[in-house]
Design a protein around this ligand. Structure first.
Ligand SMILES: Cc1ncc(COP(=O)(O)O)c(C=O)c1O
Length: 373
């Protein structure tokens, strides 16, 4: 083991040079406007709207509050069909709204909710579908919309991983009744903590803007039991600065993904996901599947890398449906979720972030190519 090599984590938040952030801080100190829809908040909503091609966007303090509010905004109740192969916040947002999650298995190629299995899970209590564009790879948005139209269901996309992803030459975020982004520090675009709801029109955005501000419409009028979901000015300022660096962030991620693909595609037993069809990816994650004839199991490779101070993550293991608060649900039975269960046992997400140096990436690659060293 190389004792002197620094640890390599699955991700490292991108930060622009500090001196570029200082003028924003000075402006905040001058204005004393720290939150409540201040000037940076307004500017970031406008700039993100045009960068993403989604003009009606409402910023949030984080993606989880945005998910909870999106469900409230559409008054979703009863049962919601969702994927077990995601970060826990997807399903927790349902529970926080008193909604029963109904898990449906995923597609073996996209790792997203399998539309062919959704219909069988619909009951008279079903009110919506909550799919996730897992790793930023597009769900089968056409098939999901068709089912939603046929059964009069709402669709809310958990698009936490899908910042800047284009599908069929358009933003992926335009799909669904609402789409929710996370700007958590680990994400492609971050604001320390943050998130957003992509709305289809100005009226929906206005309603959501009220909901994220306790339901206030003006000083004395409260129209709904809202929450405090507002993004503060420090986060909004960082977001504005991050946007200026976005092209280089995406370019570095692309280069790292291409190098992994080139180096690992030929390693027997390591499967890299082929590029998603018709998609401009954001390379938010680099998942591989580890299986025979690779000489190590996924967990053995995970431990081998950790022994070399390389820290990949087993996103998403364990499945949400196996967690104590969900495993009693009828739809959580592992035998109903064979694909998700298998992928959760074999997947490993490799380090990918703009500051990952070529030398450090080669350390990761060599440790996978030569697991006996
Ligand atoms: C798929 C998914 N949904 C929701 C969230 C929650 O977002 P946040 O951390 O901004 O609350 C995350 C990640 O953090 C996520 O990966």
């Amino acid at each position: 083991m190389n004792q002197s090599a620094p640890p390599i984590y699955v991700t490292q938040p991108y930060l622009p040079p500090l001196e570029e952030f200082l003028p924003y801080l000075e402006a905040i100190w001058d204005s004393r406007q720290l939150t409540n829809g201040g000037p940076f908040h307004q500017q970031l909503e406008a700039e993100l709207g045009s960068t993403l091609g989604t003009p009606h966007l409402s910023l949030f303090a984080n993606g989880t509050l945005a998910l909870i509010t999106a469900l409230q905004a559409l008054r979703i109740q009863g049962e919601v069909i969702t994927t077990p192969f995601s970060f826990v916040a997807t399903t927790h947002a349902l529970l926080w709204n008193g909604i029963k999650p109904v898990f449906v298995d995923i597609d073996p190629d996209s790792f997203n909710l399998d539309p062919a299995r959704i219909e069988a899970a619909i009951t008279p209590q079903t009110s919506a579908i909550l799919p996730v564009h897992c790793y930023g790879r597009p769900c089968d948005v056409e098939a999901i919309q068709k089912i939603a139209d046929n059964y009069n269901l709402k669709v809310i996309y958990d698009a936490a991983h899908a910042f800047g992803v284009d599908y069929q030459d358009n933003t992926l975020l335009q799909h669904g009744d609402l789409a929710v982004l996370s700007f958590h520090a680990t994400k492609v675009f971050h604001t320390f903590e943050g998130g957003a709801i992509i709305c289809p029109n100005a009226k929906t955005k206005q309603h959501i803007d009220h909901l994220k501000n306790f339901g206030f419409v003006d000083e004395t009028t409260v129209v709904a039991p809202g929450i405090n979901g507002k993004m503060n000015e420090f986060s909004a300022a960082l977001g504005l600065l991050q946007l200026q660096h976005l092209p280089q962030i995406l370019a570095r991620r692309t280069a790292i993904a291409e190098r992994y693909l080139e180096a690992l595609a030929q390693v027997p037993g390591i499967r890299c996901l082929p590029p998603a069809p018709d998609t401009r990816s954001n390379h938010a994650y680099f998942p591989i599947l580890v299986d025979a004839p690779y000489p190590l199991s996924r967990d053995a490779l995970y431990n081998h890398l950790k022994a070399h101070d390389i820290h990949p993550r087993r996103y998403f293991y364990p499945l949400i449906s196996n967690l104590p608060m969900y495993r009693g649900l009828p739809s959580a039975a592992p035998e109903l979720l064979p694909i998700a269960s298998r992928i959760a046992e074999h997947v490993l997400c490799l380090p990918i972030y703009p500051d990952l140096s070529p030398a450090d990436q080669e350390r990761v690659i060599q440790s996978i190519q030569s697991p006996w060293m």
